[in-house]
Ligand binder design. Sequence first.
Ligand code: ZN
Length: 568
Amino acid sequence: MRLKRISIPQSDDRRKSAAPHVLWAMPLLVLSGTGDSLARAGSETADTHEFTAPAPARTVRWLALSIVDDGSGRSLAARFHLEVNGAEHVPDAIGPRGLRLAVRHHKKGQRSTALYTRGEGSVIVPLPDRAREGTITVSRGYEYLATRAPFVVDGPETRLTLRLRRWLDLPARGWYGADAHLHFDRLDPATDSDWLTATEADGLSHGHFLTLKGGNLPGLWARQYAHGPAGQAGTAVTGWIRPGTEYRDRLQGHISLLGPTERIDPVSTGGLGDPPVAENFPPLHDVMVRSRSLGGLTGIAHGNALGRQPTGLLDAVLGAVDFVEIANTHRLELEAWYLLLNCGIVLPPAGGTDLPNNPFRDSWQPLLGETRMYVKSAEPPDFAMWKQAVLSGAVVVSSGPWLELDVAGVGPGGTVTLPPGGGDVRVTALLESPRPPQAVEVVHDGRVVKGRTEQRRVGGVHRWRVSRRIRVAHSGWIAARATGARKAALAEHTGIRQRAAAHTAVVRVLVGDEPIRSPAAVRQLRTEIRRLREIYRRKGTYRNTDDRDHTLALFDRAIVSLQTDNER
Ligand SMILES: [Zn+2]
């Protein structure tokens, strides 16, 4: 069965939010002394977001909110969402033991606000003067059960303590979550502790903050106060955030440069951004090679689906690509990744949200890391170890469900070797999710392996298992993937329909010394690269013939490498 492509056309990126965000239509709360508090250190207003200054004093009515870990009793950093008298309530500010993060995307007119506790004890949360009753939903990433509780307002202070239960401890098993695609300004190191609190409260260990030029804002945005180690905050043990660049060209597409020691200018080419660089030069291939030489981990963004004639396949054939980002909050793109895998170009998947793009969340969903990548590491990784872990291929991308894969005792990123002629392998995929799943599947060389799914529910968590014996005659790959709950708030505000999803990196299954190489896939890839060469020859904008010749020579090198021996 051919894989159904699940993608959002690029034109959706330009669609305005269907309705003004309901949060901003709520009656505003009057706080005394707000003017003073806005000048306080610790608050920040940037192009992409605002960390709101803490509320200076108790108001007429307030919640005194404590969120604790059910196991340890320890105060927890977590996200919360309030309804009061039946309507969503977002206070203008909350107490200093909490964090209010408002994010915005200018061009799309998208805004959303997340409320967090910092894990430092009880947080004061102002309520509307006429508050009678309400409901609170608390979440912390995907490894705690989201909790929803009603409360009654009787008098000025309502004390609430909520216990969150962890159902899965991925770091204890060596898996660390990262959002590899964030676009927020980091202008002042003083704000890093707020970012680290928000990532922790959303259950993430790592975040990559990527500078851009153009699109949302004309010049550079999501600016970072420094690149490389000087711009990194946090530690291996507590988690860290690190700057990078999303380098884009209107024709060539988008690439993610995670963690290089410098920003790689001009950040945008092909007429994108201001001041514009008209040429489709340098080729993204050269940018990727430079990013690697500066210590960066370098990949194709958005599954090679953005840009008018994206060159990600070319760059991967030339060996310049470290990963393929297959998912953002608003898209899941498997086609280019599967094609490369079938040609024996085995790359790990990656994922991230693309915030502040499409910041609309259901109350159980994290804001940061709604789409994330889990990477396996023997100990809490620093950036260098994290990079090695991704390169090793031990990666699971998810926007909710946790997914395990076992192929003859080997997990994602590993290799199973069969004797010449091939043989059978036992494959098991296990999905775990507190939200009802839709499907869990085993994929072999891009095709779903049909069969039965064993479905159970234990302690509020769905456990769906697929176990198959698969006959492998030729070298190839096996992965697991899953789909889950609909993203209701995303659909409501943007019209984009996506489900929570998960996909493991692949296990290579090699037969004798035969390489992974589907002749049909190689033909398809070669045809596509020839087609692209012709487009760049005719329509690429270059300053001179040397630049054009240099670019076309890359295509020629890739086409030669994809020819079979008797074609050479
Ligand atoms: Zn992009």
